[in-house]
Design a protein around this ligand. Structure first.
Ligand SMILES: Cc1cc2nc3c(=O)[nH]c(=O)nc-3n(C[C@H](O)[C@H](O)[C@H](O)COP(=O)(O)OP(=O)(O)OC[C@H]3O[C@@H](n4cnc5c(N)ncnc54)[C@H](O)[C@@H]3O)c2cc1C
Length: 389
């Protein structure tokens, strides 16, 4: 079996992996980015970019499909139209297709000097003397070993790399959401960027739904907490019903010339307790760094990638890749965005209100610029004082 060496082995060319690979390569380290698919970006994803991603990561306008002017919020009892600026305090969010977005991010990593190996599926971490020493992978029908000073598990929800290193506990249903998506190809392109989100009883059997504008038409999806589902068929049937029977949605897609087959994917909503161990760090979905209320994870994946890259570079400079050193990343993450996500999850669990009601509440809070913390605290006090509430 071939064995090769590098400083940093990054597994997964999604947003997290590409940002880590780019930053480590820019710092002059021999970095390899491995992707199991033949191209990056085949991930099932709504493709909504929060405004802060566009600003903080200087996203190339060429990878954007639509800038979003308005959000339509459809519930059982009312339809609300929210201006993007009301929701975020900025002018616009945007939509993109992951095949373009991830390819652009991977190109940036390559331009910085990282080597991109596609069609390279990582099989497991190599562990020597209690330390992750690299990865074993299958590429073009042969197996290879790559020894690395630091291995980065950026391989998404299931994370073979972190799991084989014993870093991720078994998922329970409360730790993830399930999403189903179909691409709707319209006969004529859309003339404006509007996002539609569907909440409430009309689709309560499948959680919540979305229609995001894309160059080809729409990305249509439904998502639900795994705890609310007995089987995934309920969700895929929910998506069909949503497209064919929901009064607003079926009208929006009536000009479809083609609708792709549904694809399923999971979204982690619990951050993992430990993000690193000897020789290995986890980042993005592999570390559970996703908003539990919206299911949005691209921003968190890219920000966590920036934080972990700093620690990786320090670790390579000092030659210390022990878990004690790498846990500087855990601490840095926890006091920044990790704290926000943890708090969001805590409040979400504490409020114990129906998921769709929670989302609706969050949107209305955002719209009126009320502090979500204050509202959740008030809810908590009410619940404590009045158990029937
Ligand atoms: C249905 C759905 C809709 C979503 N919509 C949005 C949205 O609109 N906006 C938003 O912000 N977030 C959204 N998310 C969440 C978002 O997609 C993730 O949080 C984000 O992609 C995480 O980035 P990542 O780089 O950590 O992981 P990923 O994007 O999952 O990338 C992991 C990469 O690793 C590769 N890989 C996996 N295993 C291996 C292996 N063994 N060897 C080599 N390579 C491997 C994969 O092919 C992939 O390219 C959505 C998620 C789902 C499921």
């Amino acid at each position: 079996m071939d064995t090769m060496n590098c400083d940093v082995a990054v597994v997964g060319a999604g947003p997290a992996g590409c940002v880590v690979a780019r930053t480590c390569a820019e710092a002059g380290y021999n970095t390899i980015l491995f992707e199991k698919n033949r191209v990056p970006g085949l991930k099932v994803c709504g493709g909504f970019l929060e405004p802060r991603i566009i600003e903080e990561f200087e996203i190339d306008p060429r990878v954007i499909d639509y800038h979003i002017d308005r959000f339509f919020l459809h519930t059982k009892n009312h339809n609300a139209v929210l201006k993007a600026s009301d929701m975020f305090g900025y002018e616009a969010g945007a939509t993109m297709r992951r095949e373009k977005f991830d390819a652009w991010l991977a190109d940036k990593a390559v331009e910085a000097g990282a080597a991109l190996h596609t069609s390279s599926r990582c099989l497991r971490s190599i562990i020597k003397n209690g330390k992750v020493a690299g990865i074993k992978l299958a590429a073009k029908k042969s197996k290879k070993e790559f020894k690395a000073k630091i291995t980065v598990a950026a391989d998404g929800f299931y994370s073979t790399v972190a799991r084989s290193a014993g870093l991720i506990p078994k998922y329970s249903k409360k730790d993830f959401m399930i999403g189903f998506q179909r691409e709707v190809y319209l006969k004529t392109p859309l003339d404006k960027g509007e996002v539609h989100v569907f909440l409430g009883n009309m689709i309560s059997r499948c959680g919540y739904g979305w229609l995001f504008p894309k160059m080809h038409g729409f990305t249509a999806g439904v998502g639900s907490l795994a705890t609310q589902l007995t089987d995934t068929k309920t969700l895929s049937n929910g998506l069909n019903w949503f497209l064919e029977k929901h009064p607003v949605c079926s009208d929006l897609v009536k000009n479809a010339k083609n609708i792709s087959k549904p694809k399923l994917a999971c979204i982690p909503i619990s951050q993992h307790r430990n993000l690193s161990c000897n020789g290995l760090v986890t980042v993005g979905d592999a570390a559970g760094q996703v908003s539990p209320t919206t299911g949005g994870g691209i921003y968190y994946a890219m920000k966590a990638a920036e934080i972990v890259s700093e620690v990786i570079i320090q670790s390579l400079e000092t030659g210390d890749n022990s878990k004690e050193f790498l846990r500087r990343y855990d601490s840095k993450w926890r006091v920044t965005l990790g704290k926000d996500l943890h708090f969001e999850r805590l409040l979400f669990d504490m409020s114990r209100i129906h998921y769709t009601s929670w989302q609706e509440l969050m949107l209305l809070i955002n719209k009126n610029l009320i502090s979500s913390t204050l509202v959740a605290f008030a809810l908590f006090c009410l619940k404590t004082a009045l158990p029937c509430f």
